[in-house]
Design a protein. Sequence first.
Lengths: 233, 378
Amino acid sequence: MRKVMLAAAFVALAATTAQAQVQAKRFSVTTRVGTVTPERSSSLDMAGLVGLDTEYSLNKYFGTGVSVDVTRGNTHREDFVARLRYGNANAGGGDTVYYQYVGQPVNTIHIGAMGVARYPTKRITPFVMGGFGTYTMLLDTQINGKAAIKNSASYTVGGGVWIKFTERSGIQIDARQLTMRNFDRGFLDPTAGRNPNRVFPEDFPAVPASKSTAGNLMLSLGFRYIPGSAGGN
Amino acid sequence: MKPMHLAALTSVAITVAFAAACTEERAITTEPVGSLGFGQNLVKAQSNLPRGRVILPTTPIASATPATDSIIVELGGLDSLSGGNYVVWVGNDSATKFVRASGTLTVLRTDTTLNAQGDAVFSTSSTVVGTVNQFSTGGSNRLMRFATTRAAIGMPNADSANLVLVSVESGTPGAAPSVRRPLWVRRSQSAVVSGRLTGGVRFGNFNPRLSSEYVFATSTAANAVFGPAAFSAITVIIPRGRIEVRGAIYTVNDSNYYRPPVGYFYEAWTIRTDTLGRFIDTVSLGRKATPFPGRLSFYDADTQITDPQFMFGTPTPVIFASQHRVSADTIAGTVIKGTPWREFAFTYVTLQNKLSPTGRMGANAVMVVGNPSSVSFR
């Protein structure tokens, strides 16, 4: 009931302020910060996010633009258990095995084209967006012993609201689902599968099944700005 | 919202984002977890497997004096049975006619001790059990001598005594051996030794067709086909594996075992010793099973393909991956002075007869290793 009432209030607010706020044929720039929460099967931990949206308003209701997101997070270390053996298993004293979680930082850059559909009101403008692009994951060269870079296609869907503060500025709150295609969890394993734990598998956390795609929920708060002499949202 | 408020809100958001992104763990890429593991490789032992010899009558059919047509069966490496008996049969070459043999059983026992100089001293004793037509006695240090004649077992004079077979019977034997036929000698595989026709006992699964019999072995390419003939020709199946103890968990990870003969299964054991190296306790590490997560027992691998993912090959399938796993938390007497598996100095993988007492290590070792001192403190 509370959600229904809130939704009704939101619609009422929008209805009472139904007035075009977006000027066509204008650019806007939004700098965003937030978090990205990858789906569990990707073996990536939640990370911080910095993003930049540049949009060109085709008309009052539609726009198109480019979005760039940069994240730096960690792999989920518990998903990468390595057995490090010391000594000789054939010798009298046997060998000693260290069990270690092995993680590493992951830098991800996502660049995509997007389209935006919105319903402007006086102060609040809800919008939905969608787009496609590419993502690039860059791993630490020293940890991996080589240049470790992977890129592939991605697509994004999401939505949010713009809240106007001045004629030329406001904030943007949005949620997006970034789906990475051709995702390879093995790429994130610093050991490259060389020292797997096959001796005590049940004594360590279970690793979810890998997938060829990775969903990433991005929540961000942005500062929206319209350059030029005319203000907007 | 005033610009000052906007700036403050943006600052807070940026701070939260970077705090989430820059934890103090970021620079640490590895994290040791749990106890260390200590391990050592198993060594193929194949010691004290069922073996022996049979002395057959010189002629297949009865001689002029059948009472002197001796049949002598000598067996070693038999495990004592609690749920069945060994039965000796004499049959023809095609295994279509069998006669259950009765004869005089003599048990020879060899004990080994160390003298003051540390040298091994062997002492042998023998016990005449008497006339029997089945027996359940066995043990790693016992040899069985079963002696009879054609006349004594009532074999028709015209029938060929070309096969001596030892079966394992769980109930009253019928007119022919049960499906458990682990030991046999054929006349065609025997040779004259010191004037007596003698054949070495084969251990495995008897089959009337010589080409189809399965002789148990741990280092041969025989009786196994895996895909292309070129591959099979060079494939030698030798069991190998490794033990590892990590905290309370004791594992044996091994592979490349031929299916056990019918009526047998694989089990692993660890042995606790005193300061003089004497065995003072034996603990089962469980029957062989498939690795995690299946953990399907190979107990019936003698007659079934219990898991085709880990057991394949024809006509004699091979167990290609297995694991034994136990925890000291669930077995009394395995935590010594607060340390799991302390003083447990050996690991064995054995062939166990299904009719032998449960939980008692048998006589037939296939793999063995002295546990590392980091485990045993020995």
